[in-house]
Design a protein around this ligand. Structure first.
Ligand code: APR
Length: 169
């Protein structure tokens, strides 16, 4: 499906309608991609996030993008990997689904995802990639309004996993 792209890049530089942030439940910033997005967006992003009263795991909330080149930031909270018996796979799928639902509602046509939960939250990368690709593909089949989804991978391991899985699709 040529509406799905892979780019090994810092997501904060992407000129898409919306970038997705792998946030924590407080939505008050953190390390990893969350830290990078807040640093690049500037203090206005945190101000807006403060008014959102957090976000549950698997859910998503949308804000402006401030100094980022994108128009919006969709903040979602992936699950912490805890062995796989605490609905982690379902919650990760929800994080992708709910981010895409929000994008659709906001007339967003191009969106970029980081590899949610595969950093600090320790989700196995291949399992996470399979879930991400499955959710994005099924959503795009139902919603032609979304023109493109970019997986903004950051490390070599994720790059190779996504390349391999997307060739098979
Ligand atoms: N652009 C794209 N991807 C990035 C960037 C970046 N600038 N920085 C990090 N990444 C990648 C990581 O390499 C990893 O593959 O994003 C993926 C997600 O890793 P984390 O940012 O650690 O996110 P996650 O595993 O979901 O953990 C979320 O970490 O930063 C805190 O506040 C955040 O508590 C939350 C937790």
């Amino acid at each position: 499906m040529d509406r799905i792209k892979i780019e090994q890049t810092d997501i904060t530089g992407l000129k898409v309608d919306a970038i997705v942030n792998a946030a924590n439940k407080s939505l008050l910033g953190g390390g990893g991609v969350d830290g990078a997005i807040h640093r690049a967006a500037g203090p206005g992003l945190l101000e807006e996030c403060k008014a959102l009263n957090g976000c549950n795991t698997g859910e998503a909330k949308i804000t402006g993008a401030y100094k980022l080149p994108s128009q919006k930031v969709i903040h979602t909270v992936g699950p912490v990997w805890n062995g796989g018996n605490n609905k982690e796979e379902e919650l990760l799928a929800d994080a992708y689904k709910n981010s895409l639902q929000l994008a659709l509602k906001d007339n967003i046509e191009t969106i970029a995802f980081p590899n949610i939960s595969t950093g600090v939250y320790g989700f196995p990368k291949e399992k996470a990639a399979r879930i991400a690709i499955h959710e994005v593909q099924s959503f795009l089949e139902k919603h032609p309004e979304i023109k493109s989804v970019t997986f903004a991978v950051f490390d070599e391991e994720n790059l190779n996993i996504y390349k391999e899985l997307l060739v098979l699709c």
